[in-house]
Every structure is written in C-alpha cells, then in structure tokens.
Write a protein that binds this ligand. Structure first.
Ligand code: ASP
Length: 323
C-alpha cells in the first residue's frame, strides 16, 4: 500500500510531523492518530503564536481556537471559538468519534469537552498579551470591522504610551519570527493506505471578535475523501472560504487532476475571484489516494514539511502563483 507519509504546513510542520510520526507507524496507530498528535504538538507550543496555547488573541484580547479533523465525508469533526481548552483538535476528534454532529461552537464545544474529561486551560500567554497590547496601541483603534466598543471593553487595558514602545518591539519581533508559519495543517497516509487530515489555529491575529475562518469548516480549510484525496489550506481563511478551497482541490483530483494541478487551480481561482491585498497569502497541500502529493501558494514563503521513512525536510510549493 506504499510507504507512510506526513505533510504539514509551514516550518513548524516539521516538529508537528515528528510528534505524529510514531503514531503513524505504530502497529495500533495510523493516519488519524498521527494527524491529531501532530496538531497537539503545535497547540501546546507557547512559541507558536498562531495555534493553541500562546496563540495571538482577537481584537478584544481573547484567544479563540478552531480545529477540524477528517477521514471521510461521513467521518469528520470540528470545533470553533474554543476559549478554555488547549487542544481543540482533540475536541474535534471527540465530536467525530462520539457525537452525531460535525461542528460544535463556543460554550457548547467547551461543555462537550468537559463532559468528555478534557482539562480546561488558560490560553493567553504574556507574549501574546503584549503583542495584542502593541497592536491596540498602534493599529487597533483604526482596525476595519472592529467595533470600538469591543476594544474599550477588552479584558486588559491598552498599554500606556510610555510602555507602548517596548510592546511594539515585542510584537514586531513576534511578527517577523512568524513570517514562515501559521495554522498547522497536516495530511497523513499510513502503511495501510488510509488517509487523514487535521488542522488547528488561533485564527488571524487580532481578528474581529466572533470571526471564524476556514480551518474548522469542512471543505474549506480541510477535506478528505478516501477515494479522491485530501487537502489542507492555510493563510487568509476568507479567501479559501470563497472558493471552498479544499473541497475544490479534492473534487478536481477525483475528476483526474494531478495533486499539482488541483492545488494550482485553487490558488488561481482565488487570484481570479479576489482583488488581493499585498500581504494576502494562501497555501494548500494536496494528497492523492496513491500517496502522490503537491502544494501551491499565492506567494513566496509557504513551505511544506515532508516526512517519510527516509525523508524529513521542508519543500517549496510546486506552484507559487504571484511572484
Ligand atoms: N486560515 C486561518 C484562518 O483564516 C489562519 C491561518 O492559516 O493563518 O483562520
């Protein structure tokens, strides 16, 4: 059935793959365990300010997490707007395995997690709070679509002017360090040929309170069909959502497109549909049922972390549409 394979988004995908790999190759493991554990690794890393614990908050200073997991159209689960649990991917897996539903949101998702024995956790680290305060001090008040009332009612006050300089520096350093990573998205194929995918994110930094992106929406940030293939996306969720990005990619593979053609078509459709801003980015990874894979991005900077029995490295996307 071929050799086991893991593919993950961004440079942080290498550590995630390393955490998932033992589960991929364990006799009692497989693709679904591998993708869950890969995401859990990124979720627990406080240095990763785009996923899980330590993720940057929304415009009101609150960290909200989204995640999804999938093995087939009939077997998938997701959660959004989770504020008190470090591992939304594991809540998503519980939704998939132990509920008749696909997506649970907010308080309901958290009650479901509690009922299944998961431990609540605080998600906001000092570094993430400082980054938010810096954003608030410099750009927050002018943010489009962010009601001023939400900012004024935020749980921590904006940094006084005297403190603003050092928090701005902290935020800029964090942003620079993040240029090469974002949402964790993972696809895996195990030795039995089974496909699985998962993704987890704290969303776009400082987004409008209540905003949910592509990651927890099946067919947008993640899609897996054992007969057609799998795809996971990262970047500006609204762009992916407008074209049902991962469903589109998998559907095209089912109609005979190669993984490279399918991934390229998604970023082309986005570029055709939107008047893109300079920093708009989307990356997508595609995986065919036979293990062939590819990826595409709107712009330079996206990387795929690839793991096989004899390969552990970062790869450039096959297509970079806008150079
Ligand atoms: N796609 C995620 C979202 O829009 C964010 C990301 O990948 O950075 O919520």
């Amino acid at each position: 059935m071929g050799e086991p394979l893991m593919l993950a988004t961004w440079t942080t995908g290498q550590a995630a793959n390393a955490a998932g790999w033992p589960h991929l190759v364990a006799p009692d493991g497989g693709a679904i365990d591998a993708v869950e554990h890969a995401c859990r690794n990124a979720e627990a890393d406080p240095q990763n300010m785009t996923v899980g614990y330590g993720g940057r908050p929304d415009a009101a200073g609150e960290v909200t997490l989204d995640a999804s997991i999938m093995v087939s159209p009939a077997r998938c689960g997701s959660v959004c707007f989770v504020r008190r649990f470090m591992h939304p991917v594991s809540i998503a897996r519980l939704v998939m395995d132990r509920s008749p539903h696909v997506l649970l949101a907010g308080d309901g998702a958290e009650r479901f997690a509690l009922a299944h024995g998961l431990e609540p956790a605080d998600l906001l680290t000092n570094a993430a709070r400082q980054a938010w305060q810096a954003w608030l001090a410099t750009r927050g008040a002018a943010a489009v679509g962010t009601p001023q009332a939400n900012i004024e009612e935020a749980p921590a006050a904006a940094a006084p002017a005297a403190e603003a300089a050092h928090v701005v520096e902290a935020a800029e350093a964090a942003e620079a360090a993040e240029a090469d990573h974002d949402t964790i998205g993972v696809l895996a194929r195990d030795a039995g040929g089974r496909l699985a995918g998962a993704c987890s994110t704290s969303g776009m930094a400082f987004n409008a309170p209540g905003r949910v992106g592509d990651s927890p929406i099946i067919g947008h940030g993640l899609y897996v069909d054992p007969d057609r293939g799998a795809a996971v996306a990262t970047g500006h969720g609204e762009l992916v959502m407008g074209v049902c990005g991962t469903f589109l990619a998998v559907e095209r593979m089912g109609q005979g497109a190669s993984p490279a053609e399918a991934a390229a078509e998604v970023v082309r459709r986005i570029a055709d549909a939107y008047d893109l801003a300079e920093n708009d980015q989307v990356g997508i990874i595609t995986l065919a049922p036979d293990g062939a894979w590819s990826s595409a991005a709107l712009r330079r900077g996206f990387r795929v972390a690839v793991r096989t029995p004899d390969r552990d490295e970062l790869a450039e996307p096959h297509t970079v549409l806008l150079t």
